[in-house]
Write a protein that binds this ligand. Sequence first.
Ligand code: A3P
Ligand code: EST
Length: 296
Amino acid sequence: VMDSSKSEYAEKLCNVRGLIIYKDFAKNWDNVEAFQARPDDLLIATYPKSGTTWVSEIVDLIYKEGNVEKCKEDVIFNRIPFLECKNEEHFDGIKQLENMASPRIVKTHLPPEYLPVSFWEKNCKMIYLCRNVKDVAVSYYYFHLMVPAHPNPGTFPEFVEKFMNGEVPYGSWYKHVKSWWEKSKSPNILFLFYEDMHEDIRKEVIKVIHFLGREPSEELVETIVNHTSFQEMKNNPTTNYTAIPDEFMNQKVSPFMRKGIVGDWKNHFTVALNERFDMHYEQEMKGSTLKLQTKI
Ligand code: A3P
Ligand code: EST
């Protein structure tokens, strides 16, 4: 079992300058590094499974001034291309972006150190969304099961071991959020929390509208809150990823819009695993001023 899982990792994932990433993405790395950002690009950065799709739909609706029908004209991964995404002939984030008119909204899961330098040179606005690490681990586990580009994650405790060691695509969650947290001292970067969005979505939506230099009319905020609820996005074929064929994303195994709640980790972590995880968390995060919401 050990040998076959090891060879499956080598077959599907790859280490690019210290970052673990999908092999297909790695083959395209020269193009990622050379990517030319434009000054009016908006970057949405997250660690995978932190609510990227949710905040992306919110931002696109702000750009489209609350025109829901316009958002529904195309799937979210065409409206907001995924920068480093590459899969043979099916997906190419760089190519999509190059052919796109400004202003562009760009999705990435890259840590700041791996972001194409032009984003820094052009001083682009960026939004980073952070989610409670335990819920990220749970969500990433189901994502591993449903997306065949991942090695088999094994049991949940086995996966959590890999996750803690950063042996998953995009590497260590701890490094990722710590680095982006440091970067977010710049006024160009808005740092948001998934749990805050759950607690008071209106407040967070207004925050994003202000960050984008616009005025939050009552009507716009109302439209966004309604259109981007979990149920709406789960039933919306342009946001629920059902347009991606089963061979790449098998939603019969687990839906992309899975639960969309805070605290699902409590249904997955045993007391012992939780204690081990907490100890490791303290070690990894000591020295950082970033504090997650702990009341969940
Ligand atoms: P769960 O697997 O916990 O349900 P990403 O978009 O970064 O891949 O993150 C996916 C996670 O965000 C999933 O978490 C998904 O259900 C959740 N999500 C997506 N849209 C949401 C929404 N509108 N409200 C709340 N959660 C949402
Ligand atoms: C990875 C992270 C993410 O937030 C969304 C997606 C959707 C598309 C997925 C990709 C991913 C992982 C790699 C792929 C891709 C579709 C084909 C490709 O191989 C599975």
